[in-house]
Design a protein around this ligand. Sequence first.
Ligand code: HEM
Length: 269
Amino acid sequence: MLSDIAAVNETFGIYFLLMQLTDMAAVQAAFANEKLFPPPAAPGAVYWLRSRVARFSHGPEHAHRRALAVAEIARVDPSHAARLAVSRIAAGDSVRQAIIKAFSLVPDKCVDLIIDVAPSYFDPSRPTQSLEPLLDLLGRDEATAARIGVLVQACEATAALVDNDLVPPARTTKRVAPDGTLITLDLSELPFGAPPRECPGKDLALTIASAIVEARRDAAPNTPAAGDAATPAAGDAAISGKSSPSFAMMPRFPRNRDDQGSGHAGGTL
Ligand code: HEM
């Protein structure tokens, strides 16, 4: 019943009671409070996805779906992914494209479809045509939902971390109380959330984002405008912190259209 009310509220954006929590202890307590849950998926552009991932679930369903997401993340080796992301950017990919490719969880032809789905995942009033073709390529089971969910969560938030020089941008998240009150939680002091819903991608995100930022810094001073040394070996050197003549010759790391953020800097994660 509460789910129904909350879904209707979410669909029409109607909440009669609103509350904001900014104090860290209160935010932590709200994360831990099993009676408060994320606004459930409502009809919208990516209902199929939002209604199947941990992020918008609660109770035993949340635990089960979170385990699927954690299993997907465990398939990724952080240092390998960081190296891959750096070399993909050096080869001309956007940060979001590079992050998704670095996970090696989906074929390359899915990458742009996932990037297109991401804004709708966080705000289902934003339309997308990309989910159906993505599901045609990947299938429609729960594990696929977990995989897409992980990649969407990863590319948006990690790209924002890169854009903000490793300082997590100010964000909020939402919870609904049993009486229908919509509660906004300020994540300034808990950028990766708190148990039992803390971000399972934190370490991976920090490893990848640090490598990209470090490589950008290495490539920035006196960088020639063009070069052709976009090799994985150069990316290796950048991550290990060694200076590399071939890396210095790489093109300046591009900030492509989709590196500008999805307009969700203050939105949900
Ligand atoms: C490798 C990159 C990342 C992956 C794979 C990832 C994955 C996920 C997943 C699957 C969830 C849902 C967990 C659940 O509901 O139990 C989640 C939640 C969350 N993530 Fe991440 N994430 C990544 C990067 C980030 C970054 C860079 C930030 C912030 C700087 C972040 C902040 C959060 C927060 C605050 C939540 C909790 C949201 C809530 O429950 O309201 N994540 N993440």
